[in-house]
Write a protein that binds this ligand. Sequence first.
Ligand code: DGJ
Length: 742
Amino acid sequence: MSIHFDEGSGQFHLRAGRCSYVMQLLKGRWLIHRYIGPALAGEVLAQPMTWAGRPSFSANPLPDDGQLSTDTVPQEFPWYGSTDLRQPAVEVLAPSGASTLDLRYAEYRILAGKPRLTGLPATYVEQDHEAQTLEIDLVDALIGLRVTLSFTAWVEHSVIARSVRVYNEGDQSLRLRRLLSLSVDLPDDQYDYVQLAGTWARERHVQRGRLSSGEHRLESRRGASSHALNPYLALVRPETTETAGEALGVTLVYSGNFMISADVDPYRTTRLLVGMNPFDFEWLLQPGERFQAPEALLAFSAEGLTGLSQTWHRLLRTRLARGAHRDRLRPVLINNWEATYFSFDRDTLVELARSAAELGISLFVLDDGWFGHRDNDRSSLGDWRVDPRKLPGGLDDLAQEIKRAGMQMGLWFEPEMISPDSDLYRAHPDWCLHVEGRGRSQARNQLILDFSRADVRAAITQMLREVLHSAPIAYVKWDMNRNMTEIGSASLPPERQRETAHRYMLGLYEVLEQVTSEFPEILFESCSGGGGRFDAGMLHYMPQTWTSDDTDAIARLAIQFGTSMVYPASAMGAHVSAVPNHQVHRVTPLATRALVAMMGNFGYELDVRRLTAADRAEIRTQIELYKEIQPLILAGDLYRLWTPESGQRTAWMYVSGDQREAVVTVVQVLAEPNPPVQYLRLRGLDPQREYELTLVQTDDKGYLQTPALLYRAHGDELQGSGLEVPQLAGDFRGALWRLRGV
Ligand code: DGJ
């Protein structure tokens, strides 16, 4: 059993994978946090709960116990207005106008499996024995508020899924001002934070620093999880490294405004809070209504950052992502964006597709510019009808031609957006997010459709449906290229305006659910100017995301390493593009661009027609190699060996689940004069197994050399003394080894 309740002590013990999580009822009334860490053998903690008496500045809720204050005991779900003066997880305005709550423990239930979260993305079980769920009800009798805390403990994964729903059981309306999904008070402050920060074209760079007194807060107020701070935070012990030590990570399965906070109090405990951002949020809860907060996930590993990442990868890949493509090998694609931008016609596309098909590429993706009269980014979003000037025969004619070339066709959309220069906007100027009487700020010349409105959602879904039925489309890139401003909805009354941003997300999820289930064979890739919405919410509907608009191989090292902290390779789109690179103007060898792009869902984004015969032969070799190692990359265990910040060489490897196969890659940034011999110590291999090694290096022309059979060595030697890295004479060179168990 993953969840056990001990009547005598009032302890709830959740075992998730190799982790234990213990809570306890205090005086039958408060839910207190007791433990998170490596799995415990015993069912109950033997040590009694104790707390130190504190000065009068921490008030006492019980008149006969001057020692006890909820301000200083570790809580599971704190509220505002009584004796805990730290940050609350919930804040509700009562009919009286006061925000004082008194939530008392009422009852608990242990359920097999994991109930679905209505209307929101979430992890799931395929069979009930995979997990158990504990629900705990807290009730405020005065205002009739019931709060149900939900904790799912997985048998196989060291992850606890948490969510919260509230019910208004009273007879007057309540105003919900904050409802976080996860709150836990950790007993000390000896933590480093590890977070993923950046901006457009340089997303998710790893940052690490020490927690200290006060709040360390990550958040988004942008109406999307955003490029700036990924909804992810790890708290690791100062001594934790990539390979060892305790690490705890949290993420929110949500794509809109979020907050993640690690708040160190004067007694050096750390309150960890995760949920929808309370900033500019309020929800009117009428009698009888309920509100469901998104799911937060908490993962634990005692095996360092690698262990934590592998825990995330397994769960997100197999029990968050869904659909026909979840476990399938993804097609090697070519996208025309960096090859043509907006200027193309049917013949150009067909030539590109034919040329790509000859190289072994199997999916041709037509990006932005195929609809309305969109010759640049100033028009047509919302007019999802093919542009007859560019494609006189329509999409079907193009798709058939592409099919004849031996490829499938994919298509770009930006369904949540509207251009002021569009027929849709001229017909429905109130369909965008806006605040009456205020300006409508444009970004990339576009506004955002009000997906909180059912009529808007229905119209857009219908347009998508018609396009997707009009031609054999095998793939959709779902883009979103701006953040929210002037957030208001013409369809909501004044007292509900602050619900708009969350209602938008619920509306988006409804559309995604509908479209992905109506077209189950289509492979959907999420995108938001690259990785502006790379989050667990979108991953539930679309198994892959375009990682970044920066396609430079060297810049991608940091972006992909950061992304890999949480998200599996099967979620990352990675393409080989032209040089000089369009974002940073760097020139890197074609082979190195491929070695880096092979860290995820591999593809090309350049004009393959203009390549030399030698470049084309190289691409054929790259695709053959990728196809051979693809199962290992998409479903194997990732080990980050040398991180981009640790020096001029970055290295990583994937090991198959049965440890029979591995692939190791090294990429050098700048070459060093007269360099030392470097040995790369491998990880994750079977120490007793003998492996046969082959090496592919980049050559002076920038191509992959013919694979060289090296030698046979046991896993223990490769892990103990390491693999000698060749000299790699030149900047931006790389090497790849394949290890096959004999
Ligand atoms: C932003 C995406 O990230 C790009 O890949 C491309 O699809 C453009 N949008 C098209 O406008």
